[in-house]
Design a protein around this ligand. Sequence first.
Ligand code: SAM
Length: 403
Amino acid sequence: MRIDIVTLFPELCGSFLNASILGRAAKKGLFEAHCHQIRDYTTNKQRQTDDYPYGGGCGMVLYAQPIADCLRAVTAQCEAQGRGKPHVVFLTAAGAPYNEQKARELAGYEAVTLVCGHYEGIDERVIEAFADEEISIGDYVLTGGELASLVVADSVLRLQPGVLAEEKGYQEESYWDGLIEYPQYTRPEVWEGRAIPPVLLTGDHQKIDAWRAQQSKARTRARRPDLYETWCETHPLTVPKWKRGENARLIKTEEQLDAAAAIYHAAWQQMTADTTTQEYRDAHTVAVMREELVNDRKNGWALYLHTTAGRPDGLVGVLHKTGEVGRLYVAPAAQGQGIGAKLLDFARKKLPEQEHPHLLVLNVNKPARALYIRMGWRPAGVQRYFTGPECTVQPVYEELFQF
Ligand code: SAM
């Protein structure tokens, strides 16, 4: 691969590309990097590269001509090497947001040219004439495109075969699989009283991989719910097999209703802890919530109690007349064992007459949304907003999900 950077500061860019991992890789001939001085392509006596903006305003704008001539020269060089026309990227604060997926896409070109603006930017006409795309490295403004072009060059060049010692190196890193990376540790085993997670000392690679995968998922869910949701869409969950001694039975007795109310109360309190006031949660006693379940049944809901070895630990309901699934709750102590996934699958199969069963979920209930998405349910619109004083975060709204 060949990368060209068109800039007013070629030495600055060159010194970065010649250092460390990229510098060693370039010496080995794993890629070519060239930095071009825009000033060398000026045609005026003063070798001026910028001028006042038409229409007034502060700052200076880079001329179109030197950049255009520099890009033509780069294209000619690439063609002389038999590479064809390079893919031209202008680094601009107004460009499309940059990410690992874009880095992978750019890494597939034989030649990429990165154009750096400066001052107030670049005459728009040269962008229109030459840009294959515009990229921004984040929602902030830099003084020039050099750092941005180096960010792009670094993330693209490290993906070239042989640049990193092992391909696994980048395959395990943040964003590769759409998740952020698990935490890393090195010696000493205990640093200032902080020990490393014991699993890393077991030597059991299956266990270590499982721990890392779980950390990666949990961190992404907590820190980047947007990324996690996208990951869920492409990583369907296989419904775990029902274990021996595991059952879901239609609630018929008062005793079953008591058990269901206790699960509903505990799981609901946990679910709403970060988004509602204590006062609001306190008003939702077990008795109040039991009454809700009684009313559900009066309104036609079929409620099922899940038990493991006779111990009640989950609840789900279906309303045949509308095709709705609801009241899906797993007792806090039984969470993380796949009961939610099994009950959701169970409930959907109880509605074979419905082409598109649906359910309602709060936007703030991230774990539930992630489960639904991984089980093939998709958001189908906002149902209603909750703006009352009991909400400690905003916006809170109920979303419709459809299978
Ligand atoms: N007037 C421009 C605007 O408001 O969008 C900002 C110009 S900025 C001061 C100068 C140059 O820095 C830009 O032409 C661009 O090349 C580069 N630049 C600034 N922020 C950037 C970002 N977030 N991503 C990529 N390049 C950026």
